[in-house]
Ligand binder design. Structure first.
Ligand code: XUL
Ligand code: CO
Length: 441
């Protein structure tokens, strides 16, 4: 059936000199970079919730985005029209992946059983559509935060029946993710946190969240799901304090519950900035800890300070983010999911296409520049020079075998006298500025 996106041609790569608005200037999907096509490094995904389900409403005003599927027919036929539109959007963007929450793609029923029935019916519908589409599933996830039953959390809810409801939902969502060939399963702790400590037993809640995640990992192995399990950190919003604050906090949590080799992180740019970090900080942290899984691409607005989920446009931060992705060994089974929404005034289907084209082009350009930066080696050479002292045998020995007394004795005997050295920040910034803004692509 024709949908709002059917009238648009597939967006093609035309190169940096193209003046066409709906063309890729940098996202040359088949271009070989570091031995593989660019599309296999970036693994772009459309987020079903923002691009198909979001209506433009905000705390001060109602919906501004009206699509055909939002008002015609019963809930299941609406969900099917929405799926038809989704696959048309994927075709236009020529995007290799999509991501969903259960609640984005299937309507809730009056009971848990009815909700799950709707969900499986829609999973079959999407499965059929995927037969004739190039677009695959990057990850699935469950919405355990919108319905009123989750107002005090999902696995951390003081009511055990909400824990059970959440477990049932996640079990079915993992089944559907596996059925549709998903490569990851994501858990974002929507309301896993607290609004006031006055009514919260933090230790108990953390133990429940650890138990829940262990059950998820156990089930993953039981059903032979070979995708990654990912936690998506976020410091606040909707609760004032979320347990999965940032990558470092998640790592501590995984260690405590013995899951650090089973679970990785899905990092979102706007969540990083809400935590007082940069996106590249979060990626570098995950890289250092060996838990980088996937990325949710977007940006916040420093002047607003909440999770505005805008499409990205900052070349500097995206290039440094991609640099750390490459240094961490790449995204593997993960990808770049546009967890980003158009502004409420951008209500036309064409706005949605412009948003993705710009985001994909920015990430592509950032990745190409980061690859070039690594290839020419000047930046890495400056970094290596800063740590060069650690190549000396006496330095290596401190990290391996020497005791505190032996290190002290050696320092005293050699009368060491360390001298300050320049950190070369401005020199490095200039070098990066030249690479980023005048890269020959
Ligand atoms: C919320 C958010 C979610 C997760 C999936 O801030 O980022 O959309 O990505 O639940
Ligand atoms: Co996200």
């Amino acid at each position: 059936m024709a949908t709002e996106f059917s009238e648009f041609d597939v967006v093609k790569f035309e190169g940096p000199d193209s003046t066409k608005a709906l063309a890729y200037q940098f996202y040359n999907a088949e271009k070989i970079v570091m031995g593989r096509p660019l599309k296999d490094h970036l693994r772009f995904a459309v987020a079903y919730w923002h691009s198909l389900a979001m209506t433009g409403g905000d705390p001060f005003g109602g919906p501004t985005i009206h699509r055909n599927w939002m008002s015609t027919g019963d809930p299941i036929s609406q969900a099917k029209m929405k799926a038809d539109a989704a696959f048309e959007l994927f075709r236009v963007l020529d995007v290799p992946f999509f991501c969903f929450h259960d609640a984005d793609m299937a309507p809730a029923g009056a009971t848990l059983a009815e909700t799950l029935k709707n969900f499986h019916a829609m999973a079959d519908y999407l499965g059929d559509k995927m037969q004739t589409s190039k677009t695959k599933l990057l990850w699935g996830t469950a919405n355990l935060f919108s319905a009123p039953r989750f107002m005090a959390g999902a696995s951390t809810n003081p009511d055990p029946e909400v824990f059970a409801w959440s477990a049932a939902t996640v079990k079915h969502c993992m089944d559907v993710t596996k059925q549709l060939g998903g490569q990851n399963y994501v858990l974002w702790g929507g309301r896993e946190g607290y609004e006031t400590l006055l009514n919260t037993d933090m230790k108990q809640e953390l133990d429940h969240m650890g138990r829940f995640l262990s059950l998820v990992v156990e089930y993953k192995h039981k059903i032979g799901f070979d995708g990654q399990i990912l936690i998506e950190p976020k410091p606040k919003e909707p609760t004032s304090h979320q347990y999965d604050f940032d990558t470092a906090t998640v790592y501590g949590f995984l260690k405590r519950y013995g899951l650090e080799n089973e679970v990785r992180v899905n990092l979102e740019a706007n969540h990083a900035t809400l935590a007082g970090h940069s996106f590249e900080h979060e990626i570098a942290t995950a890289g250092a800890l060996g838990i980088l899984g996937s990325l949710d691409i977007n940006r916040g607005d420093a002047l607003l300070g909440w999770d505005t989920d805008q499409f990205p446009n900052d070349l500097w931060t995206m290039t440094m983010s991609m640099y750390h992705v490459i240094k961490a060994g790449g995204l593997g089974k993960g990808g770049c999911n546009f967890d980003a929404k158009v502004r409420r005034q951008s209500f036309t289907p064409e706005d949605m296409i412009h948003a993705h084209v710009g985001g994909m082009d920015l990430c592509a350009r950032a990745f190409l520049t980061a690859a070039e930066l690594i290839d020419d080696g000047n930046y890495d050479a400056l970094l290596a020079e800063r740590y060069a002292g650690w190549q000396r045998p006496e330095a290596k020995a401190m990290l391996k075998s020497m005791t505190l007394e032996e290190i002290s004795a050696r320092a005293e005997k050699d009368e060491i006298d360390p001298q300050p050295r320049s950190g070369k920040q401005e020199q490095i910034e200039n070098l990066l500025m030249r690479s980023i803004y005048s890269a020959k692509l």
